[in-house]
Design a binder for this molecule. Structure first.
Ligand code: FES
Length: 166
C-alpha cells in the first residue's frame, strides 16, 4: 500500500494550510479545514490523500480516516461536476424528498451514491441542512441551496446544469 508520498499540496495550498494553522490552538483542531483544502486540491480524498494529510499534520492515519468517513461532505470516491445532495431528513421527507430523489434517479439513470457515466452528476443524500422551513431542498456542490423543490423544478434545474459549460 502506498504511503501517500507521491502526493503533495501545491505551493498555494501549502501556504493556505500554514496560514490556517495560525488560527487553531493545535494541528489536530485544524483537520477539518485542512481536509477541505485537500478535497479542493485533489478532487476527492483517496486513501493516499488521507495518508498525506496525516503525515503533513503529524496525526495517526486512522484518525484522519475516521474523520473523513464520518462527514458526508468529504468524498471517498470521485464525484461529478455537479453534486446534488437531497436532504432526506424528517421535514424534507414529509414534504416529498423521496419523490425528488426518485425524479433525479430516473432522469439521470443513477442510484444514490452514483455518478453519471459522463462524470457530470453525482446524486447523494444529506442529513438536515438547516433549511427545514423551505423543505424539500437540496444542496448543490456543498454550496448553493435549492429550496421548495418540486419534481418539475428539480428536473428544470438538471436541464439548466446540463446546458452549462462553466
Ligand atoms: S430536514 Fe431537510 S433541511 Fe432540515
Amino acid at each position: 500500500m502506498s504511503d501517500g508520498s507521491q502526493i503533495e499540496f501545491s505551493e498555494a495550498a501549502l501556504a493556505e494550510y500554514r496560514e490556517l494553522l495560525t488560527h487553531y490552538p493545535t494541528r489536530r483542531a485544524a483537520l477539518l479545514p485542512t481536509l477541505w483544502i485537500a478535497q479542493r486540491e485533489f478532487g476527492w480524498l483517496t486513501p493516499e490523500v488521507q495518508e498525506y494529510v496525516a503525515r503533513l499534520m503529524e496525526l495517526p492515519v486512522a484518525h484522519v480516516s475516521a474523520v473523513v468517513s464520518f462527514y458526508t461532505m468529504f468524498h471517498r470516491k470521485p464525484v461529478g461536476k455537479w453534486h446534488l445532495e437531497v436532504c432526506t431528513n424528517l421535514s424534507c421527507r414529509l414534504r416529498g424528498a423521496d419523490r425528488i430523489v426518485d425524479a433525479i434517479r430516473k432522469r439521470l439513470g443513477v442510484e444514490v451514491g452514483e455518478t453519471t457515466a459522463d462524470g457530470k452528476f453525482t446524486l447523494g443524500t444529506a442529513e438536515c441542512l438547516a433549511s427545514c422551513g423551505t423543505a424539500p431542498m437540496l444542496q448543490l456542490n456543498h454550496d448553493l441551496f435549492h429550496e421548495n423543490l418540486t419534481e418539475e423544478s428539480v428536473l428544470k434545474l438538471i436541464d439548466e446544469l446540463v446546458g452549462r459549460d462553466d
